[in-house]
Design a binder for this molecule. Structure first.
Ligand SMILES: *Cc1c(COP(=O)(O)O)cnc(C)c1O
Length: 219
């Protein structure tokens, strides 16, 4: 992608944050977008993200966007800035614990299952209420819960995708009202990928996760 194409794409996004999903792509591909000014990159494998974080510029903000096993949080914690995929109470508490050990605060998003496909991970709204009503936010000093994340069904049916994004926006609004009054950091809705980001922005996305459109198709 040329610099001009990248800047044109960025300007289409307006104020929506771009997470450049670099999974499976080599360091050179990341360095190219870095040279264009991109600083936020998303990865979905722990070892791959760590290797990239160790070898690439230190001012890159690394976002972890894939399913994360609790036992791997320890490895990830020193390098990660935001985890989009908190899908259980156990994982939230482990991220909190490992962040405190590293004397840092990790930004996290609560991932919801909004798609029809059962293969996609995420909390149900019931599990989320159970978790958030059980813990005081002030007791979780290692995590900063900054919003929600979801993946729509992989389909051409725009009505279906729109209804799933609208559902995630409604969950966000409900949680903000119930648990985050006065916590202004709870403001992110991570939704939208290469195939559906325009629809996602239309439905209130504040953060899109774009891979193939920036880096080309993955194998
Ligand atoms: C791979 C991936 C993306 C990016 O997908 P593209 O269709 O290549 O833009 C976004 N979000 C998650 C969670 C992913 O795993």
């Amino acid at each position: 992608m040329t610099e001009q194409n990248f800047l044109d794409f960025k300007s289409k996004l307006g104020s929506t944050t771009l997470v450049a999903v670099s999974k499976t792509k080599p360091n050179e591909a990341i360095e190219q977008l870095y040279a264009y000014g991109q600083r936020i990159f998303g990865e979905n494998r722990v070892n791959e993200m760590i290797e990239k974080a160790q070898s690439l510029p230190k001012d890159i903000e690394w976002h972890f966007i894939g399913h994360l096993q609790s036992k791997k949080v320890k490895l990830l914690a020193p390098y990660v800035d935001m985890i989009h995929s908190i899908d259980s109470e156990k994982l939230l508490l482990e991220v909190n614990k490992q962040a405190l050990k590293n004397e840092k605060v990790i930004n996290v998003l609560l991932q919801f299952h909004i798609a029809k496909e059962s293969t996609k991970y995420g909390l149900s709204i019931e599990e989320c209420h159970e978790t958030l009503s059980k813990h005081e936010l002030s007791d979780l000093k290692g995590v900063n819960i900054v919003g929600v994340m979801g993946m729509a069904t992989f389909t051409d049916d725009k009505i279906q995708v729109r209804s799933e994004f609208t559902h995630l926006k409604a969950i966000f609004d409900e949680l903000r009202t119930s648990y985050f009054q006065g916590h202004d950091q709870f403001q992110e809705i991570s939704m939208g990928m290469s195939g559906d980001y325009e629809l996602a922005i239309d439905c209130g996305s504040t953060m899109v996760r774009i891979g193939s459109l920036l880096f080309g198709a993955r194998n």
